[in-house]
Design a protein around this ligand. Structure first.
Ligand code: FAD
Length: 381
């Protein structure tokens, strides 16, 4: 427990980054009785969380993420009770399509992997079932893997709900407060911003694409890449499909929002300028996503695109996030590197950070997500 130099308020935890992961960690900590401030350089939701496609997907997750992703999915099915709003979440399933018979072994191998590990949330469906669930899909598609409990949410509604709940729980959010340095202050950490300093014994590093810079401020050098995933939104059209559709071998995530717009993503990469905090759409790359969408849904070829955008976030070498206590410095807790699929994990990762900070440990299996894996590799090089 320590005093904040600018207004003499006592703070237990400083959360750096006002994206969804910062908000979720702050919310869970405040509900556990901790006094929390969020320092956000721009405004809440400015980067990945406000740009997200908001797919709520357990389907085709890395095995190391499956247990926490399944727990997050239970939380999404109860999200109204957690943050007082349904966040626009609909559980109409996520589907991974095999266009051609040669893609079928990819699905069969994946199914075997999850079944062998004891999971039952993914299921193989044939063409007839695929066409029943998604009548608009091109009949050349052969089969699919489905997670029926998956779905999608509204990213902006989700941001509002997490923000509101965090504030009701007592979290103080400072927007326009960029962290410039972190230093030791006895057993506490002093976090410097241009608007003043904040001091607390614990820090959550939820700074998204810039989390590596925050880690470096406390002396931890975690090699991180970044992504600038792009999205397309079309004009509103009549109801076309309910599940979220992706496809083997091509980047695509295709869904329809509550408002009727088609929302097309899937990880096609634009360009990011991390220093300038800006990302840019690469239209020739984006055209590939539009082509995949029209190959799978021939009826959408004449629909107008009304908006495109890109959003930045950190990418790790193994595409798994860094979640957990810093392996080298006491009082620092990481939640970043979600590599393009962190939206679904938001409710559970906040609960994990609260476990770690309040109770000093967690029952959730996060060992594989420790920053240690990169620090050891770095040391060996
Ligand atoms: C286009 C796109 C589509 C996506 N689609 C999906 C999807 O369908 N499903 C899914 O699960 N995931 C998806 N994701 C990923 C998901 O959105 C992210 O994993 C998640 O939003 C990351 O949240 P965050 O809070 O970690 O990061 P962010 O939302 O980026 O928040 C980090 C915050 O830290 C702040 N910050 C940085 N440096 C400092 C500093 N020095 N001082 C103070 N503040 C600082 C930034 O301003 C930023 O607001 C998508 C991402 C993008 C970009």
């Amino acid at each position: 427990m320590s005093m904040n130099a600018t207004d003499s308020k006592i703070i237990d935890t400083i959360v750096i980054g006002g994206g969804l992961h910062g908000l979720s960690a702050a919310l869970h900590l405040a509900r556990a009785g901790r006094r929390v401030v969020i320092l956000e350089r721009s405004w809440v939701g400015r980067h990945a969380s406000g740009a997200s496609a908001a797919g709520v997907r357990t389907l085709n997750r890395h095995p190391a993420e499956i247990p926490i992703s399944l727990e997050a999915m239970e939380m999404w099915h109860n999200i109204g009770a957690i943050v007082g709003d349904h966040c626009g979440f609909h559980a109409n399933g996520q589907i991974l399509v095999a266009e051609h018979p040669r893609h079928l072994p990819v699905l069969e191998k994946r199914l075997a992997l999850t079944r062998d590990a004891g999971y039952r949330h993914e299921e193989l469906i044939d063409r007839a079932e695929l066409l029943r669930l998604v009548p608009a899909i091109s009949p050349h598609c052969t089969a699919a893997l489905i997670a029926r409990q998956d779905g999608a949410a509204d990213p902006h509604r989700t941001l509002q709900a997490f923000r509101r709940s965090a504030e009701v729980a007592g979290v103080v959010i400072h927007e326009g407060f960029g962290v410039t340095a972190i230093e030791r202050a006895g057993s506490d950490w002093r976090v410097r911003t241009e608007q003043g300093d904040f001091t607390a014994p614990t820090i959550v590093n939820a700074a998204g694409a810039w989390a590596g810079k925050i880690a470096a401020m406390v002396g931890e050098h975690i090699p991180l890449g970044y992504k600038a995933s792009m999205m397309i939104a079309t004009e509103r059209v009549a109801p076309l499909l309910k599940p979220v559709v992706s496809v083997v071998g091509r980047p695509l995530s295709f869904k329809q929002s509550d408002q009727g717009t088609l929302v097309i993503g899937g990880g096609l990469q634009g360009r990011a300028d991390i220093e300038a905090q800006k990302s840019f759409v690469d239209f020739s790359e984006l055209a590939k996503g539009a082509r995949t969408a029209t190959d799978l849904f021939p009826s959408v070829g004449t629909i107008r695109i009304v908006r495109t955008w890109a959003g930045m976030e950190a990418k790790t070498d193994d595409h798994l996030p860094v979640v957990g206590a810093s392996p080298t410095v006491a009082g620092i807790f990481h939640a970043f590197g979600f590599s393009g699929h962190g939206f679904q994990l938001v409710p559970v990762v906040g609960a994990i950070l609260s476990d770690l900070i309040v109770h000093g440990g967690t029952n959730r299996p996060i060992k594989r997500l420790s920053a240690d894996r990169f620090l050891q590799k770095h040391a060996a090089e």
